[in-house]
Design a protein around this ligand. Sequence first.
Ligand SMILES: *Cc1c(COP(=O)(O)O)cnc(C)c1O
Length: 402
Amino acid sequence: MPGTELFGAEERKEVNDVMDSGILIRYTNDHLRNGHFKAKEFEAEVCKITKANYAHAMSSGSTAVATALAAAGIGTGDEVIVPPFTFIATIEAVLFVGALPVFAEIDETLCLSAEGLKKAITPKTKGICLVHMCGAMADMDAIMKVVNDHKLILVEDAGQAFAASYKGTAVGLFGKAGSFSFDYFKIATAGEGGVLVTNDEATYKIADVYSDHGHDHVGTNRGMENHPMLGFNYRISELHAAVGLAQTRKVPYILKKNRDHKAFLTNELSKTPGISFSKICDTAGDSATFLNILLPDTESAKRTVDEMNKAGVAGFNYWFLNMYHFINQWDHIKELRTASKLPVQVLGAPQDYKNLSLPKSQEVIGRLISFGIRCTWTEAEMKNLASNISACVTKALTAVHA
Ligand SMILES: *Cc1c(COP(=O)(O)O)cnc(C)c1O
């Protein structure tokens, strides 16, 4: 969790600016804010890193991806292809805008694959909610070919991949709109927060209005603004934006450290037989928040996890069994357990969510163990970690023959 590792005076200063004026909302009372517009400054900082034409900060990565879908024109009854490996917010966002999720296969990129997409496309497919998982990126050349060939709407949930890019373009900017999360576990945090990015002015304007009850943000009398469409409250507070601003300024430093640390560990661990890594389509654009190790098969990954638990190796996720990021743990979706009726329950699900066949995704996630990269690691700590991981993998793999 690199952002939280570097918490300090910079965050405090930005928050104090807001406390000193007492204007905790991003809109209204401009004459009282001593020139501080934290949400706007946070957005400008995100634009600086992503080179996006427009960025709009919101209350969370979840509300940002929901807004991205709505602003891209995805709504009730539209089939949207989603991955089975993501934080659940992606699927919730699709369901809550009224759309119908269609699960497709991922591959060793840990993201939806072009091949998986092609198999999942039907005449009813309206779009794709592509997720850039574990800090890296999908294979965008191949994916954009499918998007263009089938004239689909692309929305990117880059919740975990802020500051990642593919061949020079930031993730989040390949389709209509993209979203980043600044929750507590991401490369930079606002406490809670999210940012929508787009290069399309019309999409940005919808997002701006939609995320604030339809307010058009023209003029100085908020109570009498025009409302071009309905919206909801997905606003970020100035306090959260202040933290997000200070943290985002640290991202260039974090990126450099993360990439160095990931390269060091990758180099050390590649000497161990049986260890390979997830596919990174553009190493130079990796945000390097995770080191993703692939074992030869699920059984050896499970044994490695056991060995690491025994040896006290910490800081890893085995998503296949232990985390809320893979479809095997999503019984509420398989059974469509909801607080109240959703469009998917009225219109009918496009797939039998209880009996999905996603063998490639099962195989890849079964083999995957992810380590969070820390930007404050010392070389000695990394050497120690690498040798511990290596010893556990070697033990787990030799146990097969014992
Ligand atoms: C973290 C995350 C989200 C949700 O972000 P919140 O800010 O926690 O709402 C959405 N999608 C992905 C892929 C994420 O990792």
